[in-house]
Each structure stands twice: as C-alpha cells, then as structure tokens.
Design a protein around this ligand. Sequence first.
Ligand code: PDD
Length: 278
Amino acid sequence: RIVYVNGEFLPEEEAKVSIFDRGFLMADGVYEVTSVLDGKLVDYDGHLTRLERSLAELDMPEPDGMDALLEIHRELVSRNNLKEGCVYLQITRGPADRDFLYPETPKPTLVLFTLAMTLRRSPKAEKGLRVISIDDLRWGRRDIKTVQLLYPSMGKMMAKHAGADDAWMVENGHVTEGTSNNAYIVTQDGTIVTRQLSHDILHGITRAAVLRFAREAQIKVEERPFTLDEAKAASEAFITSATTFVTGVVEIDGVQLGDGTPGPVSRRLREIYLEEAA
Ligand code: PDD
C-alpha cells in the first residue's frame, strides 16, 4: 500500500513519524475519514470544512500540503487502485520535546492512507445492528474530531464482550451518539429524532446530508435529545457515519425494535443516500 506522509507518497513500510510527535505523546491531533465508492470520494467538501474547523478550535496550524489536499486524496485512491473503502487523514501538532504547552513553532504532521472496505453491500447493514448502552465518559468537546479514541474503543470492546455490534453512549439519561457514529430513532408516528448539534456530539457530515434528504422526502425531523427508554419504544432506529452511511439498529440492550430487521425509514434513507451522495 502507498501512504502519504509530509509531502511524500511512500510504501507503508518506509513511512516514518517521530516518536516525539505530539499525536503519539498527547493525542494532540485531529482526523477525518472520507469514504470512497466506485473510486470516488464521498462528500469531500464537508470533511474538509470540518477538518479546518477542528484545526481552528485547537489552534493547530495547517500543515504543508493543505492546499493540495484534494489532489493528495485522489492520488492516493488512484495509486492504491481503491474502488471502495475510505481515505483516513490525520494532522497532529508534530514533533516537539514533551511539554504540555504547545510548541512555539510547531511543524504539523500530515498523514493519509487508504483502507479497502465493503461499504455498499455490507452484511451488517442488511441484518441491522445490535447495540448496548454505556455511560458517555468522553471529554466535553466531542465536536472536535480528535484522535483521542480510547473511550470509543473501550465502548466497542464492551459491546463485543456483550455479543453486540456497537454501543450508544448515554449522558444525563439521554443518548449522545454511537462510539463512531450519530444516533437516531424513528418514533411510532414516523418522526426522525436525533440530538441537536452542540459540543456534546460530533457534527457528522453524513448526518447533515441524511437530514437534508429526510426533509426533502417530507419526513419530519426533530433535533433534540432522546432517552434510552424512548429509543427502546421507538418504531426503528439507525446510525450514520462516513463508513456505514445509514445503517439500521434492530436491538437496544436486548430489546428488539419492530420486527428485528432494519426499518423502512432507515432502508429508504440508505437508498437515497447511496443514490444522491455517491
Ligand atoms: N467516525 N460521531 C462520532 C463519535 C464519530 O466518530 C463519527 C465518525 C460520527 C459520524 O461522522 P461522519 O458522518 O462525518 O463520518 C459521529 C469515523 C467514521 C471514524 O472514526 O472512523
């Protein structure tokens, strides 16, 4: 596989980042995941806009190569002959002697690589996901897409140990989001409910597109917090992210939703998303 590191395309074995990199020592970095379908990037502009916002929120300077980012994405997809999967991008504040204070003249690190994945015809999307609920123990700026992913990793492991596919995180009785996706329910009267944007959740690029498509399809949308009990009593539930698009949730903490298969609203939105966004 060919990867990109600080201005160079290299075989992955030859790519190097300093052990003093603040991404490694302090999780001082941000990332984006852009999906690729039929060799094309999905919603690149949305991901770039969010990346710029993440950098600004952390006072992190833009690395060299930032103005050529789209070409770098395309070049990597082409060199790896990637048809379906994603491009992972990470920017860290770069190498510096270990210090909590930011370095005065940072040299940010820019890394990109591709991952081949089956996205469109994913078996998980066909069957639907089983989720468990866990406390949301993350920090208070979840709107910044940082590489601090330890708690989401723990959450996925808790789900795995419980025989489930993923975890929904709960704070003050209300669902925030999934470990790596935004969370939605569909009420018995057909309204989509998902938490409103704030510092509490990541502002999903897929979320923005899916809510727009839902409104265009005359489906009612409410952006507000919902409780776990509300979710368990919902007619259906689903998640969105760059790598799952719209994927139905069929069970929450062992409580089956609907007939135990992905519901009609989530199936329809997945179809619309794959037609319109891809
Ligand atoms: N995760 N919420 C969280 C906590 C996420 O990590 C993600 C994305 C999302 C959905 O955002 P988007 O629609 O822009 O992908 C919501 C990526 C895919 C990941 O970490 O692999």
